[in-house]
Design a protein around this ligand. Structure first.
Ligand code: FE
Length: 247
């Protein structure tokens, strides 16, 4: 398998999208991993599953020294998010992993010890990276009961985990949303089925609409930019989700 990288930079502050693998077998859901770097330090958000670790590791190695990744961030507990943990820790046992306090005794079943985890309280917390301060933003029940997004206020990017996710067919593997209305067909069923609470969704939409966001970067599918960010928040706000609704 072979992942590709897309790089954005503003001086030594860089954000790298690790996405799209034409060799990925169909039985693995496609995922996007994001590396943020500042002052030579890296944080990898939603590092991915163990099956794709070699592809993610080699894609990152082509653009950034993986030894300088000091921190992992897991938006929630799913295997496609963080089951690569033990492999990352084999490479660098001193890595720290930020995740919801709710999962800090479950995710250690994937690996790590008492020094590995940095539990995030429900209200969120600041996460230092080089010269930046990132923010863990609450997104509970969207879809996991202990769920966080990661906000880079300098780049105005919200790394939004499963919110904004889309199942794009192989033949249309676009990385950026360019036709929002057409993109809806690839995300509507997913959000209806996986997002468990209309109240939590409303709360998140209110929070997100108050934040300056230039890019909304989900863990599956395509990235929203500019006016499509607000368009997405409005679309999600109107969508009826929750238990018992099938996609
Ligand atoms: Fe998930």
């Amino acid at each position: 398998m072979k992942k590709t990288t897309t790089l954005f930079e503003d001086g030594d502050h860089r954000w790298i999208v690790v996405a799209r693998d034409p060799e990925r077998p169909d039985h693995l859901i496609d995922t996007n991993e994001y590396l943020i770097t500042s002052a030579g330090e890296g944080l990898l958000t939603d590092p991915g599953g163990m099956e794709i670790f070699p592809a993610v590791f080699s894609a990152i190695s082509a653009v950034f020294d993986p030894e300088k990744i000091r921190t992992l961030f897991a938006s929630h507990q799913d295997p496609d998010i963080i089951s690569s943990l033990a492999l990352w820790l084999d490479f660098n046992p001193s890595l720290h992993c930020y995740l919801s306090w709710l999962w800090d005794s479950f995710v250690p079943h994937f690996g790590g010890n008492e020094d590995t985890f940095r539990p995030i309280p429900d209200e969120g917390m600041a996460i230092p990276l080089g010269e930046l301060t990132l923010q863990a933003v609450p997104a509970h029940y969207l879809h996991s009961s202990g769920n966080f997004h990661l906000y880079d206020g300098k780049a105005r990017i919200l790394f939004s985990g499963d919110i904004g996710a889309a199942m794009i067919p192989h033949e249309e593997d676009y990385l950026f949303v360019t036709d929002f209305d057409r993109h809806i067909r690839y995300m509507e069923g997913f959000h209806r089925r996986w997002m468990g609470s209309n109240e939590a969704k409303r709360d998140w939409c209110e929070r997100a609409s108050r934040m300056p966001i230039d890019m909304l970067c989900p863990q599956h599918g395509a990235i929203f930019q500019g006016a499509d960010v607000e368009r997405f928040i409005h679309w999600l706000d109107e969508l009826k989700v929750g238990s018992g609704i099938r996609g």
